[in-house]
Design a binder for this molecule. Structure first.
Ligand code: SF4
Length: 365
């Protein structure tokens, strides 16, 4: 797997999707030393299950452990800490990590109990988990989701679970962006496998999941977040820590140089069922057998427009889905290649939210 590869897969089975990604990566080439210490860093920011849109699906963790142990890697651990005020151990318990730990003999390490090493990058001094610093190979397993302060969270921000609670408080005092970039300059992931199955619309603690039925993997955390931002409809300037991390040499934001390896096609077998706050955005859509990844991107695009009071530009329902294949109706507007026969249509399968936003803004330009 090259540094600029982004492997994407669609579906609703996190276990088989993860295994397909790992087969494509050829892990043994990435890490030939079978005795190397491998750390899995999921997102358990709060003690809720993955259907909330906040935390990493545990099936992904299980699939990685099974794959790696089958290949002969035995020194694997799971490391995480919940946000300040929440219990990591409760997050482990609620998501079944205690059973995972027992079954596969993989230790669970709560960073809140870990030793820390002080690290300074620029003007930011932080206490970083000793376990994380000493690990040979770090696999970051973030959830791609919205965030009320930093617009979105994915690989770079998920590393915040690797520092002390005292440093987490300091990060918030410093406005998050500069310290998140600095932390990743100290230690960023060797491999990122993103849970983008149903990340939350706008809050890291979940509650309004948007079904997208997608996972992707990359070795570059900056490239990962640049791609994630585009999927959610954010410009890089909306998420300053991504560019700051690039300036510190963590990776590249240049998506033009990314090599997207798509393992399968999106499918409408699990069409999205909007719920919670997502429902008011769904009113602007006219789905017919829409693939979840496509529909989820449209929901995020509409949310971004709503944030800048541009939702009024969308004054007719946006058609989306495989049901529009072969439909020729000049009065309708749609997104995705399936709607190519409509009066106005955005190509792509699925189009990213960032492209949908540009298209929708032009409707009432
Ligand atoms: S363009 Fe059509 S086939 Fe492609 S993701 Fe969208 S709905 Fe699915």
């Amino acid at each position: 797997m090259h540094k600029n590869d982004i492997i994407t897969i669609y579906g609703s089975n996190p276990s088989t999707m993860t295994k397909a990604i790992l087969e494509t990566i050829d892990f043994e080439t990435l890490l030939p030393n079978k005795n190397a210490s491998i750390t899995l860093k999921p997102n358990l920011v709060v003690a809720v299950t993955a259907d909330s849109g906040a935390t990493t699906h545990p099936e992904i963790v299980i699939a990685i452990i099974e794959h790696l142990q089958k290949k002969g890697y035995s020194n694997i651990s799971i490391v995480e800490s919940a946000w300040v005020g929440d219990s990591t151990k409760e997050g482990f318990r609620v998501n079944g990590y205690d059973r995972i730990s027992d079954r596969y003999s993989v230790p669970l390490i709560d960073v809140k109990d870990d030793e820390y090493v002080k690290k300074t990058v620029g003007k930011v001094t932080m206490e970083v988990s000793k376990t994380i610093l000493e690990t040979d190979f770090l696999i970051n397993l973030p959830v791609l989701k919205g965030h009320c302060q930093t617009a979105m969270t994915c690989a770079l921000k998920n590393m915040k679970g690797c520092i002390s609670d005292r440093s987490k408080r300091l990060f918030h005092t410093l406005g998050l962006h500069t310290p998140i970039a600095a932390l990743n300059a100290v230690r960023s992931a060797d491999l990122v496998i993103v849970d983008s199955l149903n990340g939350d619309l706008d809050f890291e603690e979940g509650g309004n999941p948007v079904q997208t039925n997608r996972m992707f993997a990359t070795r570059d955390s900056v490239l990962c977040d640049s791609y994630g931002a585009a999927l959610l409809g954010f410009e890089l300037r909306d998420v300053p820590y991504i560019g700051l991390a690039e300036e510190l040499g963590v990776g590249t934001t240049d998506l033009k140089k990314a090599n997207i390896i798509q393992l399968n096609e999106p499918s409408d077998e699990e069409s999205a069922r909007p719920s919670g706050r997502v429902t008011y955005l769904a009113k602007h859509t006219e789905p017919d057998s829409a693939c979840s990844a496509c529909y989820g991107n449209l929901i995020h695009a509409l949310k971004r427009l709503d944030e800048v009071d541009r939702l009024s530009a969308v004054d007719i329902p946006i058609c989306i889905g495989q049901g529009y294949k072969g439909v020729n109706d000049p009065s309708k507007v749609g997104v995705g290649i399936c709607t190519r026969g409509l009066g106005k249509s955005l190509p792509g399968c699925p189009p990213k939210a960032i492209d949908m936003i540009a298209f929708l803004k032009k409707l009432k330009a």
